[in-house]
Design a protein around this ligand. Structure first.
Ligand code: PAP
Length: 343
């Protein structure tokens, strides 16, 4: 566990304010690629369907080749602090929303959520949190070290890649009905490759390989950790968050050890956070309408704010496709106690 000398200033601070907007993906760093070249080349490899991305299987998960050195270094080198907060998710399951809610909740003393100069009014939620694999991929771990505590960081990595997170840190995880995840994934990457067939994303989800997948193992790893250590892992569902955002913001604050005071309740802080981070509000801001994710991921930022609802899969899948995916998920989850069915 790391001890100061990091900056004594109170965290979290918006990451882009201190380290610029290059958090998502960095240029490959030769040193790290060489360092793990033997290990990486020995891993099973495959191509993601209809994608030039090469994947390798590491610790039971398919990861983009680009992120392999990062995954290895993240696993072995990261020095967690006991007050670190990790926002974790499988892609397209509510990351952007949870990043915004967690940042707004943790930083509410320095940045009142109804304030006119709140960072989320000028930054995309992803710019507020360092993206762990993006920084490690560029050999930029030192930037994490320099952040004041408490830090809040984001990752899509499955738990075996960040084994120090539980019980070393606090983790907030969000899952989503895989059917809606597939739809969201397709719409997102279609902005980069308009010809991407829906069916290829669907089949990759069903049978893999898929970046960060299999999705059920991703979910199950964090769910089991949450079951064993509910004080360390808060397991959320996108659909439940949609139904009761205020209730979940209260849960989140309590889990983080900073429940809302009576004065905060009376002044409407919870509602201000919910409103600040709501889909309709974020979608309308220039920070989320203008620009692209990153030069290496040139998808427009507005692609992160498409529909913001549950159940859109009915408009994309036949009933047969839906029940096929449901059956696969049920089979994978059999005997675990976990189900998506209470969505
Ligand atoms: P990421 O993994 O690339 O960060 P992520 O944020 O997890 O993406 O997923 C994007 C989905 O979250 C989109 O879903 P959709 O395609 O079904 O519409 C997006 O609309 C939704 N989303 C983003 N922000 C919010 C929000 N504030 N409230 C509700 N849903 C949101």
């Amino acid at each position: 566990m790391a001890t100061p000398p990091y900056s004594p200033k109170q965290g979290p601070i918006p990451f882009a304010d201190t380290h610029g907007d290059t958090n998502l993906v960095s240029s490959p760093e030769q040193r790290e690629e060489q360092e793990h070249a033997d290990l990486i080349s020995a891993l099973p490899s495959a191509s993601a369907a209809d994608s030039p991305v090469k994947l390798r299987r590491y610790q039971g998960f398919w990861l983009a080749d680009l992120f392999l050195p990062a995954a290895i270094n993240l696993r072995h080198r990261f020095e967690p602090r006991c007050d670190d907060v990790i926002v974790a998710s499988f892609p397209k399951c509510g990351t952007t929303w949870l990043n915004a809610l967690t940042f707004a909740t943790m930083a509410r003393a320095a940045y009142p959520p109804a304030g006119a100069d709140h960072p989320l009014l000028r930054l995309n939620p992803h710019q507020c949190l360092p993206f762990l694999e993006g920084l490690f991929q560029g050999g930029r771990e030192a930037e994490l070290e320099a952040l004041p505590s408490p830090r809040v960081m984001n990752t899509h990595m499955p738990l075996p890649i960040v084994p120090w997170a539980v019980p070393g840190c606090r983790v907030v995880y969000i899952c989503r009905d895989p059917k809606d995840m597939v739809v969201s994934w397709w719409h997102f990457f279609r902005r980069l490759r308009p010809q991407l067939p829906f069916n290829s994303v669907f089949e990759s989800t069903c049978h893999g390989p898929m970046p960060y997948g299999p999705v059920w193992d991703h979910v199950l790893g964090y769910w089991r950790a949450a079951t064993a250590r509910p004080d360390k892992v808060l397991f959320l569902r996108y659909e439940e968050l949609l139904r009761d955002p205020a209730g979940h913001v209260r849960r989140l604050a309590g889990f983080l050890g900073t429940p809302f005071s009576a004065a905060e309740e009376a002044s409407g802080t919870v509602d201000s956070i919910v409103k600040l981070c709501s889909f309709g509000h974020l979608k309308g801001l220039d920070a989320n309408k203008i620009g692209r994710m990153h030069p290496l991921l040139p998808i427009p930022r507005d692609a992160l704010f498409r529909n913001g609802a549950s159940g859109d899969w009915v408009n994309h899948m036949t009933p047969e496709m839906a029940s096929r995916l449901d059956d696969i998920v049920a089979e994978k989850m059999r005997g675990t106690g976990f189900t998506f069915s209470d969505l």
